[in-house]
Ligand binder design. Structure first.
Ligand SMILES: *[C@@H]1O[C@H](CO)[C@@H](O)[C@H](O)[C@H]1NC(C)=O
Ligand SMILES: *[C@@H]1O[C@H](CO)[C@@H](O)[C@H](O)[C@H]1NC(C)=O
Ligand SMILES: *[C@@H]1O[C@H](CO)[C@@H](O)[C@H](O)[C@H]1NC(C)=O
Ligand SMILES: *[C@@H]1O[C@H](CO)[C@@H](O)[C@H](O)[C@H]1NC(C)=O
Ligand SMILES: *[C@@H]1O[C@H](CO)[C@@H](O)[C@H](O)[C@H]1NC(C)=O
Ligand SMILES: *[C@@H]1O[C@H](CO)[C@@H](O)[C@H](O)[C@H]1NC(C)=O
Ligand SMILES: *[C@@H]1O[C@H](CO)[C@@H](O)[C@H](O)[C@H]1NC(C)=O
Ligand SMILES: *[C@@H]1O[C@H](CO)[C@@H](O)[C@H](O)[C@H]1NC(C)=O
Ligand SMILES: *[C@@H]1O[C@H](CO)[C@@H](O)[C@H](O)[C@H]1NC(C)=O
Ligand SMILES: *[C@@H]1O[C@H](CO)[C@@H](O)[C@H](O)[C@H]1NC(C)=O
Ligand SMILES: CC(=O)N[C@H]1CO[C@H](CO)[C@@H](O)[C@@H]1O
Length: 384
């Protein structure tokens, strides 16, 4: 009789380890302390207490979903090492700290919209498929030692500065690192290939020295670092866009031969040259080229063919459109346009150059020389 009552008590008190379970209080959590392995989805939802902790649980074959809890301030799972599906921490508006010191293996690691989350005490994750940290107050992120990660999305974490993936070699999906702290720096010292789109925005430092292959679009936008250097980048299958980078003064992608998409370099205030070190070996551009800025010098020493349109717009007077056109128009299949302080040119004839130049006759000695040259070229019609 005593035994039967005890069994009944046990049945009520402990949860099963193999069916979906929702934790709504610390006492619910305690009912799982006898589970070393949990099979199913474990949800922490609608908790009115401020903290939940659970020891003993080592693995979840399913997901751990912690969501929509507007009282919960801290969560701690001391022993949890693996979550076979999602580790999803979403919409916990009061959450300040989490502790998963043993977690090494998870399929989708998602920390999304926990705007007060400041502390994450984590172990080193060595296996992860998708990695997302979005809208938190974290100033550093969980260490990751995985060599392969499918997607990486780290956005809108306004305190986050160091973003480091020291062991990542191949990114088989996309990378989106956008709008974190204005001083944020990215370091991918061993990254060799990115298969999907990659966007890097609002960064103050960026390192991916070993990058060799980008199979989709690469966007480098609105950053404050000074240099783009991809000395090992030899394959780029889609577009390259380098736009609005206020500190950028040099680009070095010296061994790339073929660009499989277009090239856009726009509104980088301090970038005054595309030098011989920029695109040293670039021979072929499948898409269009748009260059817009204060370029004093634009050189593509190896360029043989551009299949799209080509447009250069510069505010500098060191570039002479007629000379630039003579050089590049013949290798461009699409429309060609040059707008510089010294003339504009659609490449077809030098009419635009001539008209602009003539109307600005008195501007400078340099301009006069160009006009003189043009005048000579068109049979002294406008001889001065
Ligand atoms: C457990 O949760 C998962 C994920 O939400 C769901 O797919 C599955 O059907 C649930 N299992 C049961 C027995 O309710
Ligand atoms: C997050 O919470 C807000 C309410 O504050 C709700 O509108 C939204 O649907 C929630 N998102 C998710 C993914 O649960
Ligand atoms: C990374 O990708 C390259 C090329 O696809 C492959 O040769 C290499 O083995 C991959 N490395 C790892 C660690 O997966
Ligand atoms: C870069 O790649 C080379 C081989 O391609 C490798 O030896 C080196 O460890 C990688 N990492 C760095 C930081 O250079
Ligand atoms: C990559 O970016 C391009 C242009 O921004 C977009 O059209 C395409 O859908 C993106 N692809 C992926 C896989 O995100
Ligand atoms: C670049 O590639 C060469 C071999 O092609 C390798 O020796 C070097 O370590 C790579 N990494 C850097 C950062 O240059
Ligand atoms: C560049 O900055 C301008 C002005 O701030 C903005 O309108 C434009 O969308 C930005 N372009 C990109 C590609 O970020
Ligand atoms: C001006 O253009 C010439 C080539 O036309 C180039 O050699 C020189 O470096 C440029 N000057 C500056 C300041 O970039
Ligand atoms: C000529 O001057 C006008 C305005 O004064 C200016 O917009 C134009 O760019 C100048 N053209 C040349 C070739 O300098
Ligand atoms: C090129 O010249 C031809 C005739 O010489 C003219 O019909 C055509 O509009 C011009 N194209 C451009 C882009 O100026
Ligand atoms: C205490 C509290 O705010 N709990 C909320 C947790 O999230 C659920 C929705 O998933 C809400 O209904 C609860 O009010």
């Amino acid at each position: 009789m005593k035994f039967a009552i005890y069994s009944l008590f046990l049945a009520l008190a402990s949860a099963q380890c193999d069916e979906n379970f929702t934790i709504r209080s610390q006492s619910d959590a305690s009912r799982l302390s006898g589970c070393s392995k949990f099979e199913g989805q474990l949800t922490i939802d609608d908790v009115s207490e401020t903290s939940i902790s659970l020891s003993g649980l080592k693995s979840i074959s399913g997901s751990l979903v912690i969501q929509n809890n507007f009282s919960l301030k801290s969560i701690s799972f001391d022993s949890l090492t693996s979550v076979s599906d999602n580790f999803q921490l979403q919409n916990n508006t009061e959450l300040i700290g989490i502790s998963f010191p043993a977690l090494t293996d998870v399929d989708n690691f998602q920390i999304i919209y926990n705007p007060n989350l400041k502390q994450a005490s984590m172990g080193v994750i060595n296996k992860v498929n998708n990695y997302q940290i979005i809208q938190t107050s974290l100033d550093q992120i969980a260490p990751v030692s995985a060599k392969i990660i499918t997607n990486i999305e780290i956005t809108d974490n306004s305190f986050l500065i160091p973003i480091e993936f020291p062991d990542l070699v191949n990114n088989t999906g996309y990378i989106n690192i956008v709008n974190n702290n204005p001083s944020a720096t990215v370091s991918f010292p061993n990254l060799m290939s990115i298969r999907g789109n990659a966007t890097f925005r609002n960064l103050d430092g960026f390192e991916a020295k070993n990058l060799t292959t980008v199979s989709n679009t690469l966007n480098i936008l609105g950053n404050t670092f000074e240099k783009i250097s991809f000395k090992n980048l030899s394959t780029m299958e889609k577009d390259l866009s380098i736009t609005n980078n206020t500190g950028l003064s040099s680009i070095e992608i010296p061994i790339l031969k073929d660009l499989g998409g277009g090239l856009q370099i726009l509104s980088n205030d301090k970038l005054t040259e595309i030098s011989t070190n920029s695109f040293t070996k670039l021979e072929f551009i499948k898409g269009g080229v748009t260059l817009e800025g204060a370029f004093e010098n634009v050189v593509f020493p190896a360029l043989k063919r551009v299949d799209g349109a080509f447009k250069l717009t510069t505010t500098s007077s060191n570039i002479t459109c007629s000379a630039f056109t003579t050089k590049f128009k013949p290798i461009v299949k699409g429309t060609f346009k040059c707008d510089a302080a010294k003339g504009s040119n659609s490449g077809n004839s030098s009419t635009a150059d001539k008209n602009n130049a003539v109307s600005n006759l008195t501007h400078s000695y340099a301009t006069t020389l160009v006009v003189a040259f043009l005048s000579f070229a068109i049979g002294s019609k406008y001889f001065i």
